[in-house]
Ligand binder design. Sequence first.
Ligand SMILES: [Zn+2]
Length: 426
Amino acid sequence: MSIFIKNIMAVNADGIQKGADILIEGERIVEMGTGLVRDADRVIDGTGLVAFPGFLELHCHLRDPGLVYKEDIMTGTRAAAAGGYTAVCCMPNTKPVTDSAEIVRYIIEKAEKSGYAEVLPVAAITRGMRGEELTDFAGLLKAGAVAFSDDGMPVAEDKMILAAMERAKELRVPLMLHEEDLAKRGNGVVHDGENARQAGIAGIPRAVEETMTARDIFYAEKLEAPIHICHVSTAGSVELVRRAKANGVPVTCETGPHYFSITDEKILDRDPNAKVNPPLRETGDMLAVREGIADGTIDVIATDHAPHNEEEKAQEIEKAPFGMIGFETAFPLTVTNLLDTGVIGLTDIARLLSKRPHELLKTAGGELKKNGPADIAICDMNEKFVYNKDMIVSKAKNSPFLGMELKGRVCYTIRKGKFTYDRQAD
Ligand SMILES: [Zn+2]
């Protein structure tokens, strides 16, 4: 199949090409320039639209195997494609845990058969994510895992995290760390602040995240071992990473759209969809996260897409599980809260959602160019819409952004030269 995209603004991390014409044949971009006239099976008029390199999600939960009543590889990747993603890394807290080559292969094979995006499994650091014994890193890598994480069940023991850092360094594979001291969290549910007290909900202090972030930066520096810090949510964590980078510590990090878009005011009405871990913080934290994105302290925007079914999220906020869906709102939230507020420019969107994630995983892609992969997100930067349940592609509907007006929409997603999302047709 061939696709010809006419007269579009092509945005890469390192520059913008206006009035670009892009010809796709098979799985690759075979021509990219201006003033081209070409025949193709399908022609897209890109006038008024923007093309980004397909987004790469570093951190999501596809719930497959074992928890497919929440989401599965087909529905999850379909939602990802609707958000402009062409590849996603899925976290290992599946059932059973993704700690064996067999499960890694199951995920990859199912994604190849029924997926709308490439799925790159993140395998567990410890067996069963119990924090007691390292998994077989080399075997898991061979099976197709791209990184390691005990996301959701952070590695508490210092000697375990040290062993994991040494192993990951040796194998040159990213170690993605969910920074949380579970003992300090206790029965906390939301950010520990004035709003939690007003709503009468137990709080999670910033220190729960920051002390673990500091510990892992400390060890990463000692071992000269690269680490990637997941979902940074506090001003203090941003500052810890900023200082570490300035000191030459090999640390990278991500944040989620919810941390730069909303605050813990959202929990005042006890909305379980606003319950997420780490929790939504205060305005000062939100602004610090934006600043960290602007100055490059924060490398990547990753959604932490965490689907739950309606029954689970209909419980009281104390009982409902942590997490919110994120694939389909990441791009509009980035446009609404980072681009339109002047925090970042257009090319930064390509950097934060595509180029840097590709660099961290050392995967091909993240750039629109001749002979590059035909992985493209075509977006309308100006379209405004009110986000509602009917437009959600994911199996789950747990979003705190329902009812909000957002700007910026994905129109088409192309992966390996094929449409994985076409808003008009879908
Ligand atoms: Zn996490």
